[in-house]
Write a protein that binds this ligand. Structure first.
Ligand SMILES: [Zn+2]
Length: 118
């Protein structure tokens, strides 16, 4: 896998298509699994794929647009599950597993893509 060189120009170029795709997946997953969120923001970050605030605001790195759909969905599911479990407890992982039964393999694949964040 090539290292993805990000810069502001690239971010601005892809931000809206990333937003459209991520929003569509969030809406779908929320309606199927009953998540309630507040706002969604798309950001250009170096160290994280996504995050969730206690106020129910979700942040996603625009670079998840370039990941495989199953990886992208896992990252979205992970943050959505934090809306119900704001921690990484066994309850949280059980919730993730309910929606993404093969999340362990997907996580391993995503870890290999850390360089992609640079
Ligand atoms: Zn988490």
């Amino acid at each position: 896998m090539k290292i993805f060189r990000s810069n502001r120009k690239r971010y601005l170029k892809h931000r809206e298509e990333a937003r459209a795709l991520i929003t569509e997946r969030i809406e779908h997953l929320s309606s199927v699994h009953g998540f309630q969120y507040n706002r969604v923001a798309i950001r250009n970050q170096k160290t994280r794929w996504g995050s969730c605030s206690t106020k129910g605001n979700l942040n996603f790195n625009y670079k998840i647009f370039f990941l495989l759909p199953e990886m992208r969905d896992y990252i979205i599911v992970h943050e959505l599950c934090h809306l119900k479990e704001f921690n990484h407890s066994s309850k949280f992982w059980a919730l993730v597993e309910e929606i993404t039964p093969n999340y362990r393999e997907i996580r391993k694949e995503i870890k290999k893509k850390r360089l992609f964040l640079l």
